[in-house]
Structures are given as structure tokens and as C-alpha cells.
Design a binder for this molecule. Structure first.
Ligand SMILES: NC(=O)c1ccc[n+]([C@@H]2O[C@H](COP(=O)([O-])OP(=O)(O)OC[C@H]3O[C@@H](n4cnc5c(N)ncnc54)[C@H](O)[C@@H]3O)[C@@H](O)[C@H]2O)c1
Length: 287
């Protein structure tokens, strides 16, 4: 198997920009593609600042960063960028229709053996793989912030070839990540399923009046060694985001009982969305 040398990352948002930087740092000639020039400019600006901080802190090497920026280009022209790619990693909006359109297009313009990976947190790649040579399609799920978080879940569906999984794992390792292979498609993959189960149990304990928000978080941080408790984490990621995930979980699993808990819906209705609104399970003062 030839190692991946040329990468295209679609989407210059929170995830795509950092995944593109990781690919460039891993030695790939990388093009970050977006539909919006301002997003591309802002992504490059953010990356420069973030990498400069990394160099100052000693977590990144100045020469490596300089070499990586020399390998990193931006483009609005997907067809041109993808035509020479060994891998395309998609990190555009979490919308099935938009992702399907993109994969159909990639199926036409990318080389027939290029790997097509989606960074989606909830859309499994079988929903995108009805193109020629579906064996090259997989999920490659990075965590936010991608430059920092070590885990990458490589998810192979029934359509995914073992070579594709192997190449995605190899690239993730070259990026300095810890890849894990998810052997079949399942909603939430591994890490998000486990954190969702913790959220569910924490909310159940709260709703049953077993303990307060503060004490449940203290039990998890002090008893289990987690860096942050479930309610603080729900506030950090956003109550609305978590309501959306639970609604999707109920829809994808066909089990309405897996929908959002009353407590989450009440907080959302009250506009208490967590840190971003200054109030959620906790009060944060003016945001
Ligand atoms: N944000 C997270 O914490 C996180 C974590 C893991 C995975 N993900 C997944 O990563 C993906 C991206 O999330 P994000 O938070 O970076 O989103 P974002 O909204 O920050 O960025 C999305 C970018 O995609 C661009 N875009 C939209 N349509 C496009 C197209 N057709 N071609 C090229 N670019 C296009 C937008 O202009 C935008 O810059 C989603 O699938 C999400 O599920 C997100």
C-alpha cells in the first residue's frame, strides 16, 4: 500500500481547518477546500495563531510548522483539488443532503482509488457510499480540538475495504493520533456513546432527586478521575447541541425512549444553553 501523500480536506470550519493542519504536519501536500473564501482566510489566520502558541509552549517544532504551512494550500475549487488526492477528508456541515452531494461529486472527480473519509459525528459512511468503488469510503472521526485530542475513530462499514481502514489508521498514526477501529457502523461510535450513557445516568440521578448537580459532578471527577463532570460538560458542549444529538439518537435507533430528557428540554426552552448563554445547569455570569 502506497502511503498517503496528497490530502484534501473539505470544510474549513472548527474541525476541517485543524484536520488539514494535521495532514500537512504529517507530511501530506494538503489543500483545504471550502465554499466560502472568508472561512478559508479565517481558518488560515486561526491556524497561524494556534501554531505560534504551540511553538511558544514547546508542543510544536518551529521548523515542522513552517514546513507544514509550505505544504498547506487553500482552494474554492473542489474538482481541481480532489483530482490529485490520495485521500479526501470531509468536514463540512452536519447535513446528510450536503454530504451526499459532496460524495457524489467526489465519486466523479477524485481518482478511483482515493480514500473518501467523513469526519461526521453521526452520519455513518454507508449513507454516503453509493458511488463507484464504495470500498474506499469510511468514517474518520476526529475530536475537538483536533490538533490536541489524540483519538481518531476509524469506522468501516460493510462496504469499506480492509485496505481503506488500514490506510486511514496509518495516516492517523502519522498525524500523531491514537486511532481505534470501529468494526461496524453504530450510532455515536465508541467515545460519544460512552459519554452519552454517562450523561443519561447523571440526568436520571438528578431527576430522581438522588443528588444535586454539583454533587453528581463531584462524584464523577473525584471518584472516577474524569477531568470534568457530566453537567459541566453538558454546559460546555451546549444544551441545544445535546438535545439535537438525543433527538437524532431516538430517530436513528428507532427508540423514542432515547430522546432528550425532560430536564434538557426544559433548559433549552428557558434559553439556558450552557456556557454560551451564561446559564445552563450552572450559572456563569455574563457571557
Ligand atoms: N465541532 C465538533 O466538535 C465536531 C467534532 C467531531 C466531528 N465533527 C463533525 O465535523 C463536521 C464539521 O463540523 P464543524 O464543527 O467543523 O463545522 P463548521 O460549521 O465549523 O464548519 C463547516 C464548514 O464547511 C463549509 N462547507 C459547507 N458546505 C461545504 C461544501 N459543500 N464544500 C466545502 N465546504 C463546505 C462551511 O463553509 C464551513 O466553513 C461535521 O460533520 C461534524 O459532525 C464536529
Amino acid at each position: 500500500m502506497t502511503p498517503i501523500g496528497t490530502a484534501v480536506v473539505c470544510g474549513a470550519g472548527a474541525m476541517g481547518s485543524q484536520i488539514a493542519m494535521l495532514a500537512a504536519l504529517a507530511g501530506c501536500d494538503t489543500t483545504m477546500v471550502d465554499v466560502d473564501q472568508e472561512r478559508l482566510d479565517s481558518a488560515m489566520d486561526q491556524l497561524e495563531k494556534r501554531c505560534a502558541r504551540g511553538v511558544a509552549r514547546g508542543t510544536l517544532d518551529a521548523d515542522d510548522v513552517e514546513a507544514a504551512f509550505a505544504r498547506l494550500a487553500t482552494s474554492l475549487d473542489l474538482d481541481d483539488a480532489a483530482s490529485g488526492a490520495d485521500i479526501v477528508i470531509e468536514a463540512i456541515v452536519e447535513d446528510l443532503g450536503a454530504k451526499r452531494d459532496l460524495f457524489q461529486r467526489l465519486g466523479r472527480v477524485a481518482p478511483a482509488d482515493a480514500i473518501l473519509a467523513t469526519n461526521s459525528s453521526s452520519i455513518v459512511s454507508s449513507k454516503l457510499a453509493d458511488i463507484t468503488n464504495p470500498g474506499r469510503v469510511c468514517n474518520m472521526h476526529f475530536f475537538n480540538p483536533a490538533l490536541v485530542m489524540k483519538l481518531v475513530e476509524v469506522v468501516g462499514g460493510e462496504h469499506t475495504s480492509p485496505d481503506t481502514v488500514e490506510a486511514a489508521v496509518e495516516l492517523a498514526e502519522r498525524m500523531g493520533k491514537t486511532p481505534v477501529v470501529v468494526r461496524r457502523e453504530i450510532f455515536g461510535f465508541i467515545a460519544n456513546r460512552i459519554v452519552a450513557a454517562i450523561f443519561d445516568e447523571a440526568i436520571e440521578l438528578l431527576e430522581a432527586g438522588v443528588a444535586t448537580v454539583e454533587d453528581i459532578d463531584l462524584a464523577v471527577t473525584n471518584g472516577l478521575g474524569h477531568p470534568v463532570g457530566p453537567f459541566a460538560l453538558l454546559d460546555l458542549t451546549g444544551i441545544d447541541v445535546n438535545v439535537g444529538i438525543k433527538k437524532l439518537e431516538a430517530q436513528e435507533t428507532g427508540d423514542p425512549s432515547r430522546g432528550p430528557a425532560t430536564t434538557l428540554l426544559d433548559l433549552e426552552r428557558a434559553g439556558r444553553l450552557g456556557r454560551k448563554t451564561g446559564r445552563g445547569f450552572y450559572e456563569y455570569g455574563a457571557s
